[in-house]
Design a protein around this ligand. Structure first.
Ligand code: KG4
Ligand code: ZN
Length: 335
């Protein structure tokens, strides 16, 4: 089965053709990140306009890169939640129209389910890898998800304030380093000393054992920046390294604690922050050696893309076919 995936929930206009949920025939992404870098964050109206400009050429290219025509497409999958409403509307409206014109089933897909299925792309999947524990970490989401079978998602923890990626972005803005913050901070951190500043590792009380909170850490970095007044390059590198190590400690400790408690067979990292090399290394070191650890096969599958949306749709046993009247939502629970 070949599914055309469409993703426009934030600042990436993406379309992809995926066969049987795993084989990526094409994966086209037009990012408006350069425009948002000028404002230090995504301006919804600017993102929506860019989606409108890009969506048709991106869909055309996804088909031509995959060397398929409309007759070869069995269904269209689109992200309908959560995300920026005006951005989601462009993708959903396009998908709905294409489904109507070409008489294809339309499968509405949750963006975080998409990030979770990024770990199924370009891989053999077997049912004996369940239960899987997934840490979804991106600019908008930060969840610990227990998955006992396909699309059976139990959210066992989430952030009470900022998502991990959002914390990276906000600290980068505070230090005037650019957007998105994650890749920049992790590069600067390589040059810095992670013990230079003793930032808090918010582990929270037992009722919030698997929840996250990064706003206190953000305030601690800000206090330090205010105290320093003038900051040289070396101090910036040290701030980045110390901040990154605090975030990673919290993510890795909670993840390994939950992996043991729920006796999982595999742990998956998903979402933009899963591109972070130190996070991958730290989790591997702390996780029991008998637990498989995966992150997306390609860097491009960590951040927003449409191949993951097509994959999530393929594995969804409750595929919502022929939706004539569809809704978008800025917030929608995964489970
Ligand atoms: O999944 P994604 O592309 O979009 C959302 O759904 O939000 O994630 C983007 C986030 C940004 O906050 C960015 O700063 C972060 O992922 N990110 C990273 C790295 N690469 C991207 N964070 C830490 N380290 C990285 N190497
Ligand atoms: Zn995302």
């Amino acid at each position: 089965m070949r599914i055309l995936g469409i993703e426009t929930s934030c600042d990436e206009t993406a379309a992809a053709v995926v066969e049987d949920g795993t084989k990526v025939l094409s994966n086209v992404i037009a990012s408006s990140v350069d425009l948002h870098a000028q404002t230090g964050g995504v301006v919804p109206e600017v993102a929506a306009r860019e989606h409108l400009r890009q969506i048709s050429p991106v869909v055309d290219k996804a088909l031509s890169d995959a060397k398929v025509g409309w007759d070869d497409i069995d269904a269209i999958a689109v992200t309908h939640a959560p995300g920026l409403l005006t951005s989601l509307l462009v993708g959903v409206n396009t998908a709905q129209t294409l489904a109507y014109i070409y008489n294809k089933p339309l499968i509405l897909t949750h963006h975080v389910a998409g990030h979770i299925y990024a770990n199924f792309l370009e891989r053999q999947t077997t049912n004996d890898q369940f239960p899987i524990l997934i840490l979804t970490i991106s600019g908008g989401h930060n969840e610990l998800v227990l998955m006992k079978s396909h699309h059976d998602f139990e959210v066992i923890g989430e952030t009470l304030d900022d998502a991990a990626g959002e914390a990276f972005d906000k600290i980068a803005r505070l230090l005037d380093l650019g957007f998105p913050g994650g890749p920049i901070i992790s590069k600067r951190a390589e040059l810095g000393d992670s013990t230079a500043f003793d930032f808090p590792r918010p582990m929270l009380d037992k009722d919030n054992k698997y929840n996250f909170s990064f706003s206190g850490l953000k305030s601690a970095v800000k206090r330090e920046v205010d105290r320093l007044k003038t900051i040289d390059e070396r101090q910036i590198n040290n701030l980045c390294a110390s901040f990154q190590s605090a975030v990673i400690d919290v993510l890795a400790d909670k993840l390994t604690m939950a992996a043991d408690e729920f006796n999982v067979k595999s742990v998956h990292l998903a979402g933009g922050v899963s591109a972070n090399q130190l996070l991958r290394k730290t989790v591997r070191e702390r996780l029991s050696s008998n637990i498989e650890l995966l992150w997306p096969e390609e860097m491009i599958y960590c951040t927003d893309n449409a191949a993951m949306i097509a994959s999530a749709a393929f594995f969804n046993p409750k595929k919502e076919f022929n939706a004539k009247s569809v809704e978008v939502s800025s917030q929608l629970d995964l489970s």
